[in-house]
Design a binder for this molecule. Sequence first.
Ligand code: ADP
Length: 253
Amino acid sequence: DFRVSLPNAGKDELGELSMAIMELATDLETMKTERNEFLASISHELSTPLTYMIGYLKVAMRNELTDEERMEYLKIIAEESNRMKELVKDLMELAKMDELSFTVEKTYFSAQRFAKELYRLVQPSFELKNINLTILCEKDFQLFADPLRLEQILLNLLDNALKYSEANTDVTMTVYEEGANAVLQVSDEGIGIPHDEIDRIFDKLYRVEKSRSRTSGGSGLGLAIVKELVEAHDGVIYVESRVGTGSTFIVKL
Ligand code: ADP
């Protein structure tokens, strides 16, 4: 508790001053919250690729693998580590800027190749949990997006499909062109999302109550980040889901 004495200040000036200080305090509080939320997003984004890399390491440690197979897995782990390095580099750039938002650098790249690489990356984690993953991209076309960000989007969606599904179910990712749009969708046969909660799952830190006890470590940030990244591409994301039947997340760019 301290007092400031301003010799020439009248009642009005003091009132204004204390108002200004209170506004400043509110601003600082908001900045602190934004910063904390941003830090939480970063941690989440770094842990998603790590989850897949740990899956790969577990598979690579199996005894029955040939040297060649093991080498293939190690190569993928190295590639993904590089991608994480890129991500960290981006985040450092972001930290230097005032604006705490994601940047998007769009380029053209093959949808089929993107789908194939994604499959290679996530398949081992699905195999470990005995979930049958299919990635379909029947007709090749050019995607116009930021490849790293698009990978982040789909890793998050696939990670959720994996987290909220039981063994011996199917997860399917489909990539196709629809008019001028690219559509990427991830379907699972997992626990589903209650109808009245669907609107809220894209909110920061929101988690469906029931899923909380089922799985460990979810932060409720993944879908908020996904939505931000999709919107940074001027795209839309929505979900169709039914409890006990499964969910389909649809991204349109
Ligand atoms: P979390 O880290 O909790 O998975 P998300 O933001 O990714 O955070 O998801 C928010 C909530 O939406 C989850 O807690 C879960 O209840 C629900 N959810 C997301 N994806 C699925 C899915 N594929 N199946 C069922 N529920 C899901």
